[in-house]
Ligand binder design. Structure first.
Ligand code: PEP
Ligand code: MN
Length: 344
């Protein structure tokens, strides 16, 4: 932490700051320039992050040199995190996220019925998707919209998982449902609207199952990393970050998919980065080009929504890919991944 003093700061004001800093058990380094004085604080600056240093008389600005996230940071963690999902059945294949394979997660927005989930689960598997996505608890903008099948949906998800030996990811919306969802899901999803539900994040931190946190509609990447920090700081090291578009002034897409999030998050953090071009664009015809671009940008995984009859989908039909287009997307992603020395 560096404290820049005002030009007219007095010696009394400087000593007042120094005494306070010593009181917090940190050392100081005072540098008296011709224009102004700068005080450097030596020690773990996270201790004093909550102190209102800018309120001290004579202070002009306070600059932080450390990132506020410690466990999520790439610094001091040279190896990228690889998340292993053990095989569903003995002798089955594990899934590794954060390695050479770009992991595709696909499925319906919501679990609508047992039959639909089985059908889409088979299609995802046949096309080479590694994880079935499907929501049992749906965070809808309107209380009158379909809210998901809840516990019944989770039961179908457990059945498909067991029968097909396919890994599954599903959203947990409520702290009270964490154990229930963890009993079925291989990865627990935190929805964009819950990205800063800190009690939920802490509860997920106490689990020993991977958690994927979706970026909030109006959250910065630093805030996303701080949400990951909540999970990590409770001892759960398996966290995935997901870019799913943010709200901007552009109405021709549902959200603006921020693909620069991929290299930025990979520079700042060792955690795997997933891109969701379905929520990121809101329109099925934009999903494939943006999925290709996400792989080109270096994403560790892609999450897309698919539906056999998008016009009849109970949620997010306009962004759902038809299964045949999903197959085409997989082919295209293989080509892009190969060019980068990766596979799908
Ligand atoms: C979803 O994945 O179905 C979902 C609700 O996503 P988000 O939280 O990103 O809106
Ligand atoms: Mn959806």
């Amino acid at each position: 932490m560096i404290i820049v003093l005002k030009k007219k700061a007095t010696e009394r004001q400087i000593q007042h700051i120094v005494a306070a800093v010593h009181g917090w058990k940190l050392k100081v380094n005072i540098s008296r320039g011709t224009e102004r004085t700068v005080i450097g604080l030596i020690g773990d600056e996270r201790i004093i992050r909550s102190k209102p240093l800018d309120m001290f008389p004579g202070v002009e600005s306070v600059l932080s040199v450390l990132k506020p996230y410690k466990l999520a940071a790439a610094e001091g963690h040279p190896e990228r995190t690889r998340i292993q999902l053990p095989p569903v059945h003995r002798g089955g294949r594990p899934v590794v996220i954060g390695g050479p394979q770009v992991v595709v997660m696909a499925g319906p927005c919501a679990i609508e019925s047992r039959a639909l989930l089985f059908d889409l689960g088979r299609r995802v598997q046949q096309a080479g998707g590694r994880i079935l996505r499907a929501g049992a608890f749906k965070p809808r903008t309107s209380p009158y919209s379909f809210q998901g099948l809840g516990v019944e949906g989770l039961r179908y998800l457990a059945e498909v998982r067991a029968e097909l030996g396919l890994h599954v990811i599903t959203e947990v919306m409520d702290t009270r449902d964490v154990e229930l969802v963890a009993g079925v899901a291989d990865v627990l999803q935190v929805g964009a609207r819950n990205m800063q539900n800190f009690n939920l994040l802490k509860a997920l931190g106490r689990l020993r199952k991977p958690v994927m946190i979706k970026r909030g509609l109006a959250n910065t990447l630093e805030e996303l990393l701080m949400s990951a920090e909540y999970v990590l700081s409770e001892g759960n090291h398996d966290v995935l970050l997901c870019e799913r578009g943010i709200r901007t002034f552009e109405p021709l897409t549902r959200n603006t998919l921020d693909l620069s999030a991929v290299p930025v998050l990979q520079r700042e953090s060792h955690l795997p980065v997933i891109v969701d071009p379905s929520h990121g664009t809101g329109h099925w015809d934009l999903v494939v080009p943006m999925a290709r671009a996400a792989v080109a940008a270096g994403a560790d995984g892609i999450m897309v929504e698919i539906h056999p009859h998008p016009a009849e989908a109970l949620s997010d039909g306009s962004q759902a890919l038809l299964p045949k287009n999903f197959v085409k997307m997989m082919q295209a992603l293989r080509t892009v991944a190969r060019a980068l020395g990766r596979n799908v």
